[in-house]
Design a protein around this ligand. Structure first.
Ligand code: ADP
Length: 485
């Protein structure tokens, strides 16, 4: 129900209550006044008729009273004697016990034989027989006037109430309902994230102030939103820069191994070119040498391309891809580095007849490769000469993922990297995912690798877990949801 209608109902309810109480009190007061009036009139009448009433010729008195009653029609006056039960003509209209002992003037309200409410006044006379003057008048005679005036007042009141109700209803709808509708609509829009279009009430009352406050709130929210957006953009840019720096650091590490990788085909190319240039080769040998040069140059191109691909800054892009394939490519990229350290990286890919296309998931290949690289480079650094690094891709059910992942259970890809390296000290294991935490020498470690890997994996709805024993080796498990979010 509309506010204005409720106000009208409340107003009418209160009015009805006040009018009811007022009428009840007025009626009671009028009744008391009528009784007092009646008693006063009766006493005045008794005083006026005193001389006649004190006459011993009571018969005459009756006639006087009868004549008087005929004149004043609504009042009946007669002599009664409640102490003389034998004379029924002089019995009072009310039960005798109510008046018999009284020596004072008494006035009673009592129903007559016809059921009409009558006011009876009994005035004792100055004789010893107990005779009293009974003055009776219908109560309605006095109350009718009050009833009329009450009725007129009620009609006026109803008219005023109706007019007031209409004014409240229309005024309420115009002054309260309309601006409230505008405010509600505005609040709905704000709830849906639309802060544009201020609410325009143009009024100086409380609702106008509320509208201004809502507009101001929206302006502030908008400013905050813009500030948060700009801060988020800056933060993302900083994260991206850190990630890129981390990639370049890996490129630097790989470059040392790649010099050797490129060196071998380059010397083959240069040797073959020299042979061709000497002019001593038959045309078949020239062709053969040219083919070798082509193959070796392609090998160099591939190696350089892979490195450039890894180093290049790319816009984030999530696509469905094969985790087996990506891990294999990463291991290949790190081959020169592992060769240099005489370490072996093996891969046990996920294989099943039903899973066509390998270990499929949705991920950003460039970011995920950075994660794999960080885990594998750490393992290589931890193992040193003759290290053994085993990697695998498996599908595991996970009923309840860790709390901070906030995901429902389901199937997850688990990419594990195990090494037989130095392991991680128990006091350090809780800190390894923190940015800039490193136990490596200056120039060897920046402490960014694992924190970046942690961030990337979380963005993909997964998480990283680690188990390690000092001197025995470490195992990093990377979990990624199988199903796309
Ligand atoms: P950085 O490699 O530059 O130090 P990371 O964030 O990659 O930074 O690693 C943080 C620390 O975690 C390393 O300094 C090292 O102490 C520890 N750590 C990471 N991976 C391994 C591992 N496979 N074996 C032993 N310690 C490791």
């Amino acid at each position: 129900m509309k506010l204005a209608a409720k106000l009208v109902l409340l107003f009418l309810g209160c009015l009805a209550l006040v009018v009811g109480v007022f009428s009840f009190l007025s009626l009671r007061q009028a009744r008391e006044l009528a009784l007092a009036d009646h008693e006063r009139h009766a006493s005045e009448l008794a005083a006026t008729l005193q001389s006649a009433l004190s006459s011993p010729r009571i018969q005459n008195v009756d006639q006087i009273l009868l004549a008087w009653s005929r004149e004043v029609q609504h009042v009946q006056v007669r002599l009664v004697n409640p102490e003389d039960p034998l004379n029924s003509a002089r019995r009072p209209a009310v039960p005798t016990n109510l008046v018999v002992r009284s020596t004072e003037v008494i006035t009673l309200l009592y129903p007559s034989r016809t059921g009409q409410n009558m006011m009876y006044s009994y005035i004792p006379l100055n004789d010893t027989s107990g005779t009293k003057l009974e003055v009776a008048a219908p109560e309605s005679f006095s109350l009718d006037r009050l009833g009329n005036s009450l009725r007129n007042s009620a009609i006026a009141l109803v008219a005023v109430s109706a007019a007031t109700s209409i004014v409240i209803l229309l005024g309420g709808m115009w002054m309260v309902g309309r601006p409230l509708d505008q405010l509600v609509e505005k609040v709905h829009r704000v709830g849906q994230g639309d802060l544009s279009g201020p609410v325009e009430l143009h009024r100086g009352d409380e609702l106008g102030k509320l509208g201004e406050a809502v507009n101001e709130m929206c302006t502030q929210l908008d400013e905050q939103r813009k500030r948060i957006a700009s801060e988020t953009a800056q933060r993302l840019q900083a994260v991206e820069q850190l990630r890129h720096a981390d990639r370049l650091k890996t490129v630097g590490r790989l470059a040392a191994g790649l010099a050797h990788e490129i060196g071998t085909p380059l010397s083959v190319v240069s040797g073959r070119a020299e042979l061709i240039a000497s002019g001593k080769l038959s045309s078949a040998d020239v062709q053969e040498s040219a083919r070798t040069i082509k193959t070796q140059s392609q090998r160099i191109t591939t190696i350089v391309q892979e490195l450039l691909n890894f180093a290049r800054r790319k816009a984030p892009l999530r696509e469905r891809g094969d985790l087996n394939q990506l891990l294999l490519e990463t291991i290949r990229l790190l081959q020169p580095m592992s060769d240099k350290r005489a370490a072996v990286i093996t891969l046990r890919p996920f294989e099943t007849e039903t899973e066509a296309g390998g270990a499929l998931a949705e991920f950003d290949a460039s970011q995920m490769q950075q994660v794999f690289t960080n885990l594998l480079v750490n393992a290589l650094q931890a193992t040193g000469e003759g290290g053994k690094i085993e990697s695998s891709v498996e599908l595991v059910p996970m009923a309840v993922p860790p709390q901070d992942v906030g995901d429902t259970g389901g199937e997850y890809w688990r990419i594990s990297v195990r090494d037989n390296g130095v392991g991680i000290a128990p006091e350090a294991i809780n800190n390894i995912f923190e940015p800039f935490f490193t136990t490596k020498d200056v120039g060897e470690g920046t402490g960014l690798g694992l924190s970046i890997a942690y961030g990337i994996v979380h963005e993909h709805g997964g998480w990283l877990a680690v188990q390690s024993e000092l001197g025995q080796g470490s195992q990093f498990d990377l979990y990624l949801p199988r199903n796309v979010h």
